[in-house]
Design a protein around this ligand. Structure first.
Ligand code: NAD
Ligand code: DAU
Length: 351
């Protein structure tokens, strides 16, 4: 049985990925490595934690000896690396945490994986770095990021992800180490920590609290249903060409204000509130420093070469998302209170 190490598997995208891989690949062990920061929640994985092909190890990628111990204990055949500090606003107030986790942590994982590959060439298949479209910088009113767009990261978060992308590529170039990178746009869906725009707005609308829209709300993001990102990762891991980069996007650009208004209207409908009432909660607030204006992804490479495409229309995806948060209000209450952080202690021992 081959073992794939998924880092950050207790986070938003990671927990969707782990669930999908555990269910789909009974001949793989899926080993979830996570430090369980504020963003990591093992309760997200309760549906698979009893499966025989799932295992969890609590470890910090910044700690080289902890990571080496994991590689010594398990026969790891591939890595899908998602563990990161992921929130741009936090990177503005605490940039060093992002350098430590995203840059040093990725370098530590790479080193352990390289040693494994060098000692057992046929036994290690691939190091896959899950990255972001933010490494490319910010677009004007037109154009799309393609895989050859020069890097121009502009926040501590995106600079840390760009740095780690470069280190991953350097390993491929220097050692011939098998790597692949994907750069994806904004994900949305169930299980996203309510610091990110969509779950934050849903949570605030629920409580009839102010909806803080940064600047004038005209910044544009491209939104992708999280399970479509997961299917893209699965496709790239198994069929992507080693050494390549793939852009992943939803072809679904929206101004933030349009998106927040849409969420207000869907929530009004779902909650039986008077149409337009939630829009009154919108408040334009001080802009995010260095706020990137527009992201837009050309994902024709993965579509043409690997046959991937998004499965949901944005209308379906946003409705499904709102419904999930409304049906899982205890999940929102739990993560906003931090209560989930005691869950690990009752379930697992350290590696
Ligand atoms: P998230 O913040 O929800 O989850 C991150 C996970 O990493 C958490 O479980 C956390 O506990 C874990 N982690 C953090 N520091 C760690 C450390 N030092 N050691 C071990 N584990 C640690 O993030 P997400 O939104 O699921 O993003 C996952 C990955 O995908 C990130 O690498 C991010 O850059 C990338 N990405 C995210 C998006 C998006 O829209 N969310 C888009 C493109 C790319
Ligand atoms: O593009 C991919 C990136 O998308 C990922 O790499 C990041 O991990 C992920 O966090 C996300 O980054 P953004 O900064 O785009 O996401 P966020 O949800 O923080 O913000 C989306 C947009 O909404 C952005 O233009 C800022 C704005 N915003 C955000 C918040 C939290 C607001 O106007 N108000 C808010 O309260």
């Amino acid at each position: 049985m081959k073992t794939i190490l998924v880092t950050g598997g207790a986070g938003f995208i990671g927990s969707h990925l782990v669930q999908a891989l555990v269910r789909k690949y009974k001949d793989y062990k899926i080993l979830n490595l996570d430090k369980l920061t504020y963003a990591g929640n093992l309760q997200n994985l309760s549906s698979v934690e009893q499966e025989g092909n799932y295992d969890f190890v609590k470890a910090d990628i910044v700690n080289l000896s902890e990571i080496q111990a994991v590689f010594d204990k398990y026969d790891i055949n591939g890595v899908i690396h998602l563990a990161a500090e992921s929130h741009v606003d936090r990177s503005i107030t605490d940039p060093l945490a992002f350098i430590h986790t995203n840059v040093v942590g990725t370098a530590n994982l790479l080193l352990c994986a390289l040693r494994k590959w060098q000692s057992d060439n046929d036994g290690f298949d691939l190091f896959y770095h899950v990255s972001t479209d933010e490494v490319y910088g910010s677009l004007g009113d037109t154009g799309f990021f393609v895989e050859s767009t020069p890097y121009d990261p502009r926040s501590p978060y995106s600079a840390s992800k760009a740095s780690s992308d470069h280190i991953v590529r350097a390993y491929q170039h220097t050692y011939g180490f098998p790597v692949v990178i994907s750069n994806c746009s904004n994900n949305y869906g169930p299980l996203q920590f309510p610091e990110k725009l969509i779950p934050l707005m849903i949570n605030n609308i629920r409580h009839q609290k102010t909806l803080p829209v940064y600047g004038d709300g005209t910044n544009v993001r491209d939104w992708l249903w999280v399970e479509d990102h997961v299917s893209a990762i699965d496709t790239i891991y198994h069929r992507g060409k080693h050494g390549e980069t793939y852009n992943i996007g939803g072809n679904n650009e929206m101004q933030n204000i349009e998106l927040v208004q849409l969420l207000c209207d869907v929530m009004d409908e779902e909650l039986g509130r008077e149409q337009g009432s939630s829009r009154k909660l919108i408040s334009f607030v001080k802009d995010r420093p260095g706020h990137d204006k527009r992201y837009a992804i050309d994902s024709s490479k993965i579509q043409d070469e690997l046959g991937w495409s998004p499965s949901l229309t944005p209308e379906e995806g946003f409705k499904k998302t709102v419904k999930w948060y409304l049906e899982n209000q205890d999940w929102l209450d739990n993560v906003t209170s931090g209560a989930y952080q005691g869950y690990y202690e009752s379930m697992y021992q350290d590696a």
